[in-house]
Design a protein around this ligand. Structure first.
Ligand SMILES: Nc1ncnc2c1ncn2[C@@H]1O[C@H](COP(=O)(O)OP(=O)(O)OP(=O)(O)O)[C@@H](O)[C@H]1O
Ligand SMILES: [Mg+2]
Length: 426
């Protein structure tokens, strides 16, 4: 597979003796070591971007993000190293070849979209096509199609100053999408938006990307944004890429203390998926074992609930309390009990969905695949540990339901109490 973009040992030093500085940096000097001969904006950056992925470059202000992205489309010449865009070298390209690459392959979206104020929304969106020499009817038709996708179909004839900030941002995005380039470079494109609109734009970008399959390099200093958007994330510090990995890798296995500190405050619920925190289902029982069979499994395994399966298909989770009540009232059909269980989640669902289920009940949340096979369970303690970034060694924890007659404040039920209740049933 050919990479959409390949950065090979990129350096950018601003100053009097950039090449001399590169040599020192290659020998291990840091940004501050060479400060007297210039600013090392980017130091030895290598990475690849796959076609159709969102690759995020994240780092604090001044870490070198904008300098990298400007080298990717040849707006800045690297001091050393090269960039291949769909296999084509930028370092060896002539100015006219560079213009062609920018017109045909790579478009850029900036923080402030800089719309043309005296043109309508649709003419702004069609601007890149106009530059490319596409006729008016065709370019307006293509721009309209994209405007519909970003939710601005009904504002096509409006002027930019009649739009809200978020809408203007969408016009800028539409302009980049309309240009038809395979690669989109977005530098802090959503940073000027207020949080709610920003969230909306992030979701819309992910949807559009899935639909249109463009390759996106997205720059941000916001970790939550990086984690939400990125298929992969490169974390920068002082000109260097200090880690490059999937959001889950960066969250669960930070390369160093710097990254670990960075990811401390991330909204884990949006990044982690059910599959990354689920535990193997310990307590399961075939529906044919009946209610008593289910109780036996719970007692043997010292757990408060059990997953009911039929030919590996998940039917539901039954708690000890439900099972005991059923036995008391002479019911033995496990299927009927299991069907009252709460719905399960899919392995790819974000933890936010799991949290929703988890507040509804005490019992572990079941994780099932497309064919309703039980893949794992997420007990509440595991969920809380994952959200709080606390290492957990728990297996499925006993969950004991509160008898309706006893006020919760007086509850000191233990597994022994449950067992003695059970004993009296037999
Ligand atoms: N044209 C330039 N001349 C001199 N120094 C520059 C130039 N452009 C950038 N720098 C320096 O290079 C370093 C990296 O800048 P860059 O703009 O790439 O950072 P950034 O990560 O995009 O930061 P921000 O989040 O603030 O946009 C900074 O120290 C900056 O001052
Ligand atoms: Mg920048």
């Amino acid at each position: 597979m050919q990479h959409a973009i390949e950065a090979q040992g990129l350096f950018k030093v601003f100053g009097r003796n950039p090449r001399g500085a590169v040599q020192k940096l290659r020998d291990g000097a840091s940004r501050s070591d060479i400060a007297s001969s210039g600013t090392a904006a980017v130091i030895d950056a290598s990475f690849t971007v796959n076609p159709g992925e969102i690759f995020v470059i994240m780092g604090l202000s001044g870490s070198g993000k904008s300098t990298i992205i400007r080298m990717l489309n040849g707006l800045l010449e690297p001091t050393a190293g090269d960039v291949l865009v769909q296999g084509e070298s930028i370092a060896n390209a002539s100015p006219s070849e560079l213009r062609r690459i920018r017109r045909q392959s790579v478009s850029m979206v900036f923080q402030h979209f800089a719309l043309l104020p005296h043109r309508t929304v649709i003419d702004n969106a069609a601007y890149a096509l106009e530059i490319q020499g596409v006729g008016r009817e065709e370019r307006r038709a293509r721009a309209m199609e994209i405007l519909e996708k970003v939710g601005l179909g009904d504002r096509a004839e409006a002027m930019p100053d009649e739009l809200s900030g978020g809408m203007r941002q969408r016009v800028g995005l539409a302009r980049a999408l309309t240009s038809g380039t395979d690669i989109l470079l977005m530098d802090e494109a959503f940073s000027a938006l207020d949080p709610l609109i920003r969230r909306e734009m992030q979701e819309q970008l992910v949807e559009l990307q899935q639909e249109l399959g463009r390759t996106i390099v997205f720059i941000t200093h916001d970790l939550n944004e990086a984690m939400f958007l990125g298929d992969r994330i490169a974390v920068m510090r002082d000109g260097r890429i200090v880690q490059n990995g999937t959001p889950e890798e960066i969250l669960t296995d930070p390369a160093n203390d710097y990254v670990a500190q960075f990811v401390q405050d991330v909204d884990r619920a949006r990044v982690l998926t059910a599959s990354s925190v689920m535990e193997p289902p310990q307590a399961t029982t075939p529906v044919s074992a009946g209610v008593r069979g289910a109780l036996k499994v719970m007692r043997d395994q010292q757990v408060g609930s059990v997953a009911v399966l039929e030919n590996r298909i998940y039917l539901g989770i039954v708690t000890d309390r439900e099972a005991i009540r059923a036995v008391k009232s002479g019911k033995s059909d496990l299927r009927a009990l299991a069907h009252h269980a709460q719905p399960a989640v899919h392995p790819d669902d974000p933890l936010t969905d799991v949290v929703e289920r988890s507040v509804e009940s005490h019992i572990p949340v079941a994780v099932v695949d497309d064919r309703m096979r039980l893949m794992g369970v997420i007990p509440r303690v595991t969920l809380l540990a994952a959200l709080g970034n606390v290492p957990t060694m728990t297996r499925e924890n006993p969950v004991i339901d509160v008898p309706a007659t006893v006020p919760e404040s007086e509850m000191t039920l233990t597994i022994d109490a449950v067992e003695s209740t059970e004993g009296s049933l037999r």
